[in-house]
Write a protein that binds this ligand. Structure first.
Ligand code: ADP
Ligand code: TRP
Length: 337
């Protein structure tokens, strides 16, 4: 089986955009690949500097993936920080990474551009964690012989950089020491709209969190912005974000029926939102229950992650050993002949 690996940055609460855009497709993918999914906690440190907040995000994001159906028995699930070989590999990779490559990373370039526009020092607000982010990410990927890396479009450049760095290592030692990974962007995955109609994102503050209590979920759905069409007016389902969200949670019969009510007129936005709430709550209730019981037992989550890390380290140690021998750090003769 080919290997699929991805990192999950614990930098906020999961929302339904993450659910449909990342969690569901990744879990689907794990049926066809040997999946290795990890909580990228050291990556989160670049932006989350408050310990309580970081702890909470790590716990909640882990519980969230488990509640959504991640099975730690069949899928390798661990925390990046529990696999210290990652940081050994990052050090090795840094010796093969041209600084110019990092200068071209989108996230870094964007900050520099903004600084220049504001006539500030180009590197203002840039820490080395951000600058070398692609190296750490390459280590995450290359440590586990990943074939494919399912990511959002914004991350494809990072995966390409990992491939470039791996090729540079392989070229230098004239061996296929590191597997060349490929990004997998799932084109069919919909962009989930937020409460205000823009892409749902924590940076826009327009999210519907996955695990809010029922009452709050209803309140949030009632806040979705709509146009000023009156109750009696016929409405176009395809230009309505209520309907776009509805499609994610409903059967095709339900969709046809709601679309017909929209077109017929006589249904106000309030009623459409009630119907949306019903289907969202139907799907999320069982997840919320599992999430609540997991979050009430953080030690259990820690146990699941530790046991995953133990298995992950067996693979990781192998990769490091292979590299150390090739590099010349290891005096022992290779037992692999
Ligand atoms: P946010 O935009 O809220 O900060 P992240 O950047 O942390 O979300 O995204 C984590 C994952 O969830 C990525 O794979 C991203 O593509 C996916 N994702 C986030 N928001 C959406 C959305 N509105 N629709 C589809 N996928 C999304
Ligand atoms: N950079 C990714 C993000 O922001 C998270 C990540 C860290 C990752 N390491 C990775 C993704 C390795 C894929 C593979 O979403």
């Amino acid at each position: 089986m080919k290997i699929a690996l991805t990192g999950i940055k614990p930098t906020g609460n999961l929302h339904i955009g993450n659910y449909f855009g990342a969690i569901k497709p990744a879990l689907e993918l794990s049926k066809k690949y040997a999946a290795r999914y990890f909580i990228a906690d050291y990556h989160a440190l670049n932006s989350v500097k408050n310990p309580e907040e970081l702890r909470r995000y790590i716990l909640e994001v882990s519980a969230g993936w488990l509640a959504a159906g991640l099975n730690p028995e069949t899928l390798l699930f661990y925390r990046q920080s529990s696999v210290p070989e990652t940081f050994e590999l990052a050090t090795i990779l840094a010796a093969f990474t041209p600084k110019g490559l990092m200068n071209r990373a989108h996230a870094y370039k964007a900050i520099v551009q903004t600084n220049i526009e504001k006539a500030e020092d180009p590197d203002a607000g840039v820490n080395m964690g951000l600058f070398t982010y692609p190296i750490l990410m390459a280590a995450d990927i290359l440590l586990f012989d990943s074939d494919i890396v399912p990511v959002g479009r914004d991350q494809t450049q990072h995966v390409e950089m990992a491939a470039d760095i791996a090729a540079a290592v392989n070229f230098n030692y004239k061996q296929d020491l590191l597997k060349i990974p490929q990004a997998l962007v799932q084109e069919s995955v919909a962009i989930v709209p937020g409460l205000d109609g823009r892409k749902m994102s924590k940076s826009y503050g327009n999210t519907i969190p996955l695990f809010v209590p029922e009452k709050q979920l209803r309140k949030l759905i009632m806040r979705i912005t709509t146009n000023s069409q009156g109750v009696e007016e016929p409405k176009d389902p395809d230009s309505s974000q209520i309907f776009l969200l509805y499609k994610l949670f409903s059967s095709s019969e339900e969709q046809e029926s709601l679309a017909a009510s929209y077109r017929a007129g006589g249904m106000g936005w309030g009623e459409a939102k009630e119907e949306l709430f019903r289907v969202v709550n139907r799907e999320l209730s069982p997840l919320r229950e599992r999430f609540d019981s997991l979050i009430a037992d953080p030690e259990k989550i820690e146990e699941i992650l530790s046991s995953g890390a133990e298995k992950a380290r067996v693979i990781a140690k192998n990769t490091i050993k292979r590299l150390q021998e090739a590099i010349g750090l290891n005096f022992k003769k290779s037992s692999r002949g």
